[in-house]
Design a binder for this molecule. Structure first.
Ligand code: HEC
Ligand code: HEC
Length: 451
């Protein structure tokens, strides 16, 4: 009898241990797949797990460097267009021009003379986005989130587009520009003769160089009024020694554009906690942000959001709705310019730094918070009618089944882990024109303490 009791007890212990082992395996498995790190795990553990995940997400031999943004002064390490080499002089000139309200000399209503700039829609304090569903250049009143249409002028006199203004932060890392990528002859456009031969690409430059050359005219800006400012003559002479003056012809617009692009290439979110962590500061990110980063780099996100700017230079359909002001009814995105049905509804993958500084999100401004975007990717139900996509939706757009805790972690990583808290270092202290900037309309002047 006693013998049997002992045997039963032994069997019981064995079974118990077996269950423990199996549970342990199960738990490990869960850890590896959904990366459900326990909240009390020490940061060092989290850090080393994240490092492993990042190294395996990077191309071989690149390691963590694949994700590191250079310092803005390390101009040899910043990706550039070979036809627009970066120099400190060009960058300095571009910094002024990007914010210069004296360039706004072609408003449709004379009332708006010299009131806006590139930075009216790409505001440093808003992560170089607009902080509005529809950025307002000429004809807007007020600064940042408070900007609105001037009610006293007609709608057509206002510079506004029916698509969200993307950030120009980390823009050096994509060779083609705009949501449909139609600007630029390099990267994915190198094999697109139709796009290359489009008139906007006549200068045969990268997208970031192409955009401001046409964008200056498009946004009703020009160099005529700054030509008489001695400081600008000096700045142009230093930036472009081969043609040491500035006037008002096409060549001057082109050089102004090249300088703006050079400046934009230095706009890097290299002081974000994630960047500091990558560069070796183990305490730069909180445990929550570390857990969020683990989710990000081991789930679908990294399939599209990777590299130093966390964005492929490529186009994907992820079901976002179009802009409420979109007049054509449906924005075909990349498909509209390649004329391939297989590209319909695909949009350029956006960079992900400093998104918490402004809202809304998506090319169609269809999300108000980053949490909404995360929850959307977690559910993976398109905002637009799924049938429209005819198989174009990305295979990576599929439910993630993240728990609410993991959604919180991922949101924290986007909101604070990827937020450089010091972007105003890129804003000039004053302008050679002496005008108020980035806006110079009466309301902005008050809000910006220019009066
Ligand atoms: C009225 C607001 C407005 C003004 C002013 C403005 N932009 Fe933009 N910007 C936008 C919008 C909207 C887009 C997206 C357009 C699209 O994709 O079709 C954009 C796109 C861009 C892009 C492409 C980003 C990317 O990742 O594809 C760059 C670069 C840029 N703007 C720089 C500038 C510069 C330089 C100026 C001044 C010459 C300027 N912007 C003036 C609204 C504005
Ligand atoms: C299949 C590629 C793909 C995957 C996977 C993906 N994204 Fe994106 N993401 C995109 C594209 C493309 C856009 C822009 C879509 C648009 O505006 O139509 C975008 C937009 C965003 C935006 C809005 C950015 C802005 O400037 O408005 C955020 C935030 C974002 N993604 C975060 C994530 C996160 C977090 C994940 C993982 C849960 C993820 N994405 C997964 C391709 C992807």
């Amino acid at each position: 009898m006693k013998f049997y009791c002992l045997l039963l007890r032994l069997l019981g212990i064995l079974l118990f241990t077996l269950v423990l082992i199996l549970c342990g395996v199960g738990f490990d498995y869960a850890l590896n797949t959904s990366l459900a790190a326990s909240p009390d795990k020490p940061t060092t553990d989290l850090s080393s797990q994240l490092k492993q995940i990042l190294v395996s997400a990077a191309p071989s031999n690149q390691g963590l460097n694949y994700f590191i943004l250079p310092d803005s002064s390390e101009i040899d390490r910043i990706p550039a267009d070979p036809n627009n080499p970066l120099t400190p002089e060009k960058i300095r000139l571009g910094q002024f021009l990007f914010h210069e309200t004296a360039l706004s000399i072609n408003p449709l209503n004379p009332k708006n003379w010299q009131q806006s700039s590139c930075a009216s829609c790409h505001i440093a304090q808003a992560g170089f986005r607009s902080n509005l569903a529809q950025g307002l250049g000429v004809g807007g009143l007020g600064f940042n989130k408070l900007r609105h249409r001037d009610p006293d002028i007609s709608s057509v006199q206002i510079d506004k587009q029916n698509i969200l203004a993307p950030s120009v932060l980390n823009s050096a890392y994509q060779e083609v520009k705009l949501w449909d990528g139609r600007l630029g002859v390099a990267g994915p456009n190198a094999k697109e003769p139709v796009i290359q031969s489009n008139d906007v690409n006549r200068f045969k430059l990268h997208g970031l160089e192409t955009q401001p050359i046409d964008g200056l005219t498009f946004h009703r800006l020009g160099t005529a009024a700054i030509a008489s400012i001695p400081e600008y003559q000096e700045l142009f002479a230093k930036a472009f020694p081969d043609r040491p003056y500035v006037g008002a012809d096409v060549e001057d617009t082109k050089r102004a554009g090249l300088a703006i692009a050079a400046y934009e290439r230095t706009l890097l979110a290299n002081q974000a906690p994630f960047q500091k962590w990558l560069k070796g500061d183990p305490n730069a990110m909180s445990e929550k942000e570390l857990r969020g980063a683990k989710v990000f780099f081991s789930s679908s996100c990294v399939q599209c959001h990777t590299g130093a700017n966390l964005a492929l230079t490529d186009f994907r359909a992820v079901g976002f709705a179009d802009h409420p002001e979109e007049w054509s009814g449906l924005n075909l995105g990349r498909g509209a310019i390649t004329k391939r049905a297989s590209d319909d509804f695909k949009f350029k993958v956006p960079q992900l730094y400093n998104l918490a500084d402004s809202s809304p999100y998506g090319h169609g401004a269809s999300f108000n918070t980053l949490r909404e975007v995360v929850e959307y990717f977690n559910r993976a139900e398109p905002q637009k009618l799924e049938a429209l996509y005819a198989g174009n939706l990305s295979v990576w757009f599929r439910p993630l089944n993240l728990t609410q805790d993991r959604v919180n972690d991922l949101t924290a990583f986007l909101e604070t882990g990827l937020r450089d808290p010091n972007l105003t270092r890129y804003v000039p202290e004053r302008l050679p024109s002496g005008l108020c900037f980035p806006n110079n309309d009466p309301l902005s002047r008050k809000q910006l303490n220019c009066d």
